[in-house]
Design a protein around this ligand. Structure first.
Ligand code: C2G
Length: 502
């Protein structure tokens, strides 16, 4: 196997299929590789037989050392690769912590921790507090094919490009092409959530559906993962890259994929726990469901395929019923905001794009406002904010805003959820606004609950969303005033104390 002449000492934590496939590749590149597992029998068997049960016919190089001592696997290594299943990443990091100092830490486990909602590098970092940023290594990489040296690509994601490039140098060879990416969170989010879509694809196959359905699930599945990633601040390009659509394609279309195979068994009517048992290996898509749904809720993102898989995995719904329900969902535009593409649609009824409107002063913009705007946008495809003019605020609301209308407008237009900002000049304009802007849904915080129900007569949905209780523009002004008063009295006090006349 051709590679550059970098020789490194590498510890692989985890002797599963992927850990062994990586160990074999790295050893064949001349690196010094030691593999650790907590399972003594597994270590003994691998060391003696030099073959992994899930990689039949693949010879494990004699040069690879095996150990059940995590200290031996970590000490004096240049690189440590976390290759254990996602549920034991945290405990493995706790065991390795005493023996970690300058090693580059690479994570290849794919998952999101429930409750903390941490990605795997975040879980490891929360345990070891490493000085060097961690690397997520993820992409369309079936271990079975890597172990046969079939051409493969992968992404080394790290916030520090020099560390990502160091890992690129170590792992790259004539069979594995490594790309770098600074978007660690996006790469790891893809790695975890694509397994859920692969479960869905397998379920569809098990139900007897064909390639069309699988292609639809892959495409719309990637769309919902991308929506979540963008809401979390990830790079959109990551999702159309190797770790995103690349890994989803390979996982959702291949018999190598445990998630795909497990889904197929479930689609054929085998109970979930029996299907997982029959696969005999960790089905990461099942592990990723709770955390992904928690993330979707936190970021107010709809993920219909993920929600459907969750319903099936938790045995609440029959797969066939769910597919029928998904096929009869409300009409949608695939691209969301046609207006962004230069289209001014005369009516929303024809194309199913939902237009949402909300009103407010939005002075001293704060996260309570952002929460409202984020949730309002999640109710449709296009969000119009009708912003109180300076005159309307002064004459009608008796508010003197800190920022002018133009300044407040500029702030709102910079928010990704906001598509259009127009002036609110009087209380009466709402009825005509509903028609002039082809509104489907009117949204306000629930401090206005009931006040605008009359707009239902204009054919729009009226939604009141819970306010963010602890923050308001007036609270900010109040707190700042108090702080200024305390500072002023402190200065006066100091002046008195240092007054030479005293
Ligand atoms: N909001 C919120 N949570 C907060 C503060 C505000 O959800 N902590 C919501 C409000 O309920 C409102 C929007 O953010 O839906 C804008 O709030 P304001 O700027 O205070 O708007 P307001 O002065 O209520 O003007 O015609 C309607 C008026 O223009 C609304």
């Amino acid at each position: 196997m051709e590679h550059n002449n970098v020789r490194r000492k590498i510890g692989i934590l985890g002797a599963g299929t992927w850990g062994i496939a990586l160990a074999r590749m790295l050893a064949n590149c001349g690196h010094y590789v030691m593999v650790w597992s907590a399972l003594n029998d597994e270590i003994e068997q691998l060391s003696r037989c030099r073959e992994h049960k899930n990689l039949p016919g693949v010879r494990i190089p004699e040069a690879i050392q095996f150990t059940n001592s995590i200290q031996e696997a970590c000490i004096s290594r240049d690189v440590l690769v976390f290759a254990v299943p996602s549920p034991i990443i945290r405990s493995t990091a706790q065991m390795a912590k005493p023996y970690i100092d300058k090693q580059i830490i690479v994570n290849v486990a794919k998952g999101i921790e429930q409750d903390t909602l941490y990605t795997m590098t975040q879980v490891i970092s929360s345990e070891i507090h490493h000085r060097t940023p961690l690397v997520a290594l993820s992409g369309p990489t079936h271990a079975e094919e890597v172990s046969k040296d079939l051409p493969t690509t992968i992404v080394a994601a790290c916030e520090d490009i020099s560390v990502a490039e160091a890992v690129q140098d170590i792992f790259m060879n004539s069979c594995l092409r490594v790309y770098t990416n600074p978007d660690v969170q996006g790469v790891e989010l893809c790695g975890a959530t694509k397994n859920i879509i692969a479960l869905a694809a397998g379920i569809a196959t098990g139900l007897g559906y064909g390639d069309n359905t699988r292609a639809a699930l892959i495409t719309r599945g990637m769309a919902e993962i991308t929506r979540l990633g963008k809401a979390m601040g990830c790079y959109e390009q990551t999702f159309s890259g190797l770790a995103g659509i690349g890994d989803l394609i390979v996982t959702a279309t291949s018999s190598h994929s445990r998630n795909n195979r497990c889904g197929e068994l479930i689609g054929k009517g085998i109970p979930v726990d029996q299907a997982i048992k029959q696969i005999g290996m960790v089905v990461e898509g099942v592990n990723a469901l709770p955390a992904t749904l928690q993330l979707a809720k936190r970021y107010y993102v709809t993920m219909p395929i993920t929600e459907a898989v969750n319903e099936i995995i938790n045995g609440n719904r029959n797969p066939k019923d769910i597919v029928a329900e998904m096929m009869s969902r409300g009409k949608r535009s695939e691209v969301g905001n046609w207006v962004d593409y230069g289209y001014a649609l005369p009516s929303r009824k024809d194309v199913g794009m939902k237009r949402v409107i909300t009103y407010g002063t939005y002075d001293l913009l704060h996260y309570g406002h952002i929460n409202l705007l984020q949730r309002a946008k999640a109710l449709g495809d296009y969000l119009i904010v009708v912003l109180s003019s300076d005159e309307f605020n002064w004459n009608e609301k008796h508010k003197k805003t800190y920022f002018t209308y133009e300044q407040r407008k500029k702030l709102l237009e910079s928010i990704r959820y906001v598509d259009l900002v127009i002036p609110e000049e009087n209380w009466q304009q709402k009825r005509t606004d509903m028609h002039e802007y082809h509104v489907d849904t009117f949204v306000m915080g629930d401090d206005w609950k009931g006040k605008f129900d009359f707009l239902k007569e204009e054919g729009v949905e009226v939604v009141y969303l819970p306010r963010t209780p602890e923050i308001s523009s007036s609270q900010i002004k109040h707190d700042l005033y108090d702080a200024a008063s305390v500072a002023k009295s402190q200065t006066n006090h100091d002046d008195i104390n240092t007054d030479p006349g005293k």
